[in-house]
Design a protein around this ligand. Structure first.
Ligand code: NDP
Ligand code: VSD
Length: 314
């Protein structure tokens, strides 16, 4: 795997644990892994959604031996994430999963001045801790049991860049990148592979939900991103895992930010990444000046909006 090729990671017969597996990206990924012959465990909070989701995973079954389970937990705390992992492991002789896909997460875009203390701290829980605690719990168990494995975080295009409206969401998605880059390095000690996926807009239930609070100007800026269906995003994620990519992308816009924001992460292809980096260097200033212009033009309307909302403007 990796630099010199070799055999692709095959989900068949592997135990895959998907957090956020009851909807959106997580559900599509759970179904995809099942269709490749994996044992799949999904965790989320709402039991009804979990049961429906398990039905969909079941219909992708390719072998009688496959074990599919759903468990209801909140993974936003250390305690919840640890209890969820234990329940997932108990079905498999107490052994750690072969691969963990951290798809749980939530975004609540708003203007920064409208955000409360709770909005900002919950942003960190729903973006960062909701994935970090499971990574922490499962790493300890993998090391204890001396079992290899894979951990895949799910960030966002907004884990590489950001713009108006995402003050509670882009920071935790950037933080996930920091954690993934740290662990990609540190977990070499234990033969644990670490990946992080940076999806663009995905048309999921979560996307419908975030659009309820999303400022109009934010939605307008996102128009440049054509978006992916969750099954396309899940396929891109799996492809990235199989290519051995540390930073996984599934669309051109995010790839531009990946190649131009690479830090210490391994690149995909030296020539392709260099060309993308050059394209971003040339293209991004145009995008930025256009976007900054849109925001400047929005000033008057925004003042009006804040007044209407009862914001104490002098
Ligand atoms: N949709 C988009 O445009 C984009 C999304 N992303 C990221 O991709 C990931 C998946 O997003 P998407 O599919 O849209 O999300 P959805 O809201 O459609 O699904 C989220 C899933 O996570 C579960 N979940 C949320 N919070 C918790 C929690 N505290 N504990 C356990 N389970 C939880 C939900 O179930 P339940 O509520 O029942 O717990 C559900 O199964 C997220 O990390 C998101 O930030 C990244 C880029 C773009
Ligand atoms: C030459 C360079 C051109 C650059 C164009 C840039 C266009 C910006 C697109 C931003 C897309 C944001 C996706 C957010 C997804 C997400 O995470 C939210 N849905 C929250 O869940």
């Amino acid at each position: 795997m990796g630099l010199f090729g070799g055999s692709k990671w095959n989900p068949a017969g592997k135990h895959c644990y998907v957090t956020g597996g009851s909807a959106g990206l997580g559900l599509s990924l759970a179904v995809l892994l099942a269709s490749h012959g994996a044992h799949v465990s999904i965790v989320a909070r709402d039991s009804r959604k979990l049961q429906d989701a398990l039905g969909k995973v079941e219909s992708a079954r390719v072998s009688n031996d496959q074990v599919f389970r759903q468990h209801s937990f909140s993974v936003g705390t250390a305690e919840g994430a640890s209890a969820a992992l234990q329940a997932v492991m108990d079905v498999h002789d107490g052994l750690t999963p072969d691969a963990v896909f951290l798809c749980a997460g939530k975004s609540t875009p708003k203007f920064f001045v409208e955000m409360t203390e709770q909005d900002l701290t919950e942003g960190m829980t729903n973006g960062y801790w909701v994935q970090a605690w499971t990574a922490w719990a499962v790493t300890k168990k993998m090391v204890e049991q001396q079992r290899k494995g894979k951990i895949c975080f799910v960030s966002s295009t907004l884990g590489y860049m950001s713009f108006i409206g995402y003050a509670s969401y882009s920071p935790p998605k950037h933080a996930l990148r920091g954690l993934a880059d740290t662990l990609r390095s540190e977990l070499i000690l234990y033969d644990i592979d670490v990946h992080i996926f940076f999806p663009p807009t995905m048309f999921t239930p979560g996307y419908e939900e975030e659009n309820k609070t999303k400022p109009k100007i934010t939605l307008k800026i996102e128009e440049d991103d054509s978006g992916l269906q969750p099954n396309q995003a899940a396929a891109g994620l799996l492809k990235g895992i199989q290519a051995g990519h540390a930073h996984i992308t599934a669309d051109l816009i995010t790839d531009l930010f990946r190649s131009s924001t690479r830090g210490s992460a391994p690149y995909h292809n030296f020539i392709y990444d260099s060309l993308l980096d050059a394209a971003a260097r040339i293209g991004l200033p145009f995008w930025r000046s256009q976007t900054d212009g849109l925001i400047r033009k929005h000033k008057a309307e925004h003042q009006q909006y804040l007044k209407q909302q009862g914001f104490p403007l002098r």
